[in-house]
Design a protein around this ligand. Structure first.
Ligand code: ADP
Length: 340
């Protein structure tokens, strides 16, 4: 659906070249939710704005639905852009227009007949749960409601792709979750390909199928969210994964146990059906290992349940090694946090 090929973007600031993207290559499949995560200044905004050519790349190709956008003249580019909706961190609504008029805006620009506009606006407001708010002004809405207006407006021209530029970064955690649920819903119902940028691993974990990690204008790691999550390779990725993994309490507990000495501490990850099976207890019974649970969580990666347990194994190294081997053979992911 979207192919980025050797994308470079330099900004010229006071006569000096500032490279923002340094050779980006990846493909986003039709119908997937693709997340790009990176720290501030990594190049996320530049990258997502290059997908609809709001920002023109210095070199490289941006192919959307088979068409290289960098080769189009202005008129053809405008046409292709209708296939790509976009939502923003600060919503970018027209404050002097009602909710309904904000959503109608792209349709009026495209000179659609009034009856069609009215029908479409009503349909979109219902889709985002704002059917009773059409006559309000943006200032009368909460942040989450404003973003819903942004989403309805972005969908007005029936795009194939929805770009989300830090769409939940200005929202509280609960509202963030409701907007993420809405994006998922839209992706499923309408089959729209969703591309989002964020600095929050929680966002990636909740709704993305695949993720690319950007650092210094380069993609340093990419893959299925589950794989990247469970086996992060690059230090930047590990930092992001830690955002949603270990709590302060766990770090304190590990430090405390380490101080006590003679302990092996492991993190076990259960995926899918494994999450609900007593594999750990059976293994410990079989190998005769005593253990102590330091922390446990059950969570979800998009549709896949997963559980993580941080466990302290007591006793000699050999028995701990044997226990870890058996757990791995049974298909569990085991990471050794600390050998005794
Ligand atoms: P992110 O979205 O990850 O915070 P950006 O894409 O905004 O990153 O920025 C990447 C780099 O490009 C940074 O070094 C930033 O200072 C620079 N940059 C971004 N936009 C501009 C601009 N309009 N003019 C000059 N430099 C810019």
């Amino acid at each position: 659906m979207i192919q980025l090929q050797n994308l470079h973007k330099d900004y010229i600031v006071n006569g000096k070249t500032v490279p923002a993207l340094r050779g980006i290559d990846f493909t986003i499949e039709k119908g997937e939710i693709f997340g790009i995560i990176g720290h501030s200044g990594a190049g996320k905004s530049t990258l997502i704005r290059c997908i609809n050519l709001l920002e023109r790349p210095t070199s490289g190709k941006v192919v959307v639905d088979g068409i290289d956008l960098t080769k189009l003249d202005d008129r053809k580019l405008q046409e292709q852009r209708r296939q790509i909706g976009m939502i923003f961190q600060h919503f970018n609504l027209l404050s002097s227009a009602t909710v309904a008029d904000n959503v109608a805006f792209p349709l009026k620009l495209a000179k659609k007949p009034k009856a069609e506009i009215d029908r479409k606006v009503a349909e979109l407001l219902a889709l985002v749960g704002l059917q009773d708010h059409g006559n309000k002004y943006p200032a009368q809405l909460s942040g989450g409601q404003k973003q819903r207006v942004g989403i309805a407006r972005a969908l007005a021209s029936d795009p194939k792709v929805l770009l989300c530029d830090e769409a939940t970064s200005a929202l509280d955690p609960q509202t963030t979750n409701s907007i993420l649920a809405l994006l998922r819903d839209i992706n499923r119902k309408l089959g729209i390909t969703v591309v989002l940028i964020t600095h929050e691993m929680h966002v990636i974990r909740s709704i993305c199928d695949r993720v690319a990690v950007i650092d210094g204008g380069k993609i340093v790691e990419s893959g299925r969210v589950i794989d990247v999550f469970l086996k992060p390779q690059h230090p930047t990725t590990r930092e992001f994964v830690e955002q949603v993994a270990d709590s302060v309490e766990l770090r304190e507990a590990v430090a405390h146990e380490k101080a006590a000495g003679d302990r092996t501490i492991i993190r076990i990850t259960f995926l899918g059906e494994q999450t609900y099976q007593p594999i750990l207890f059976r293994t410990m019974q079989e190998t005769g290992t005593s253990f102590n649970i330091l922390q446990g969580t059950i969570s979800r990666m998009k549709d896949t349940p997963y559980g993580q347990l941080v466990v302290e194994l007591e006793g000699e190294d050999d028995r701990s090694r044997q226990t870890i081997d058996v757990l791995r053979r049974r298909g569990l992911e085991v990471e050794v946090i600390e050998w005794n």
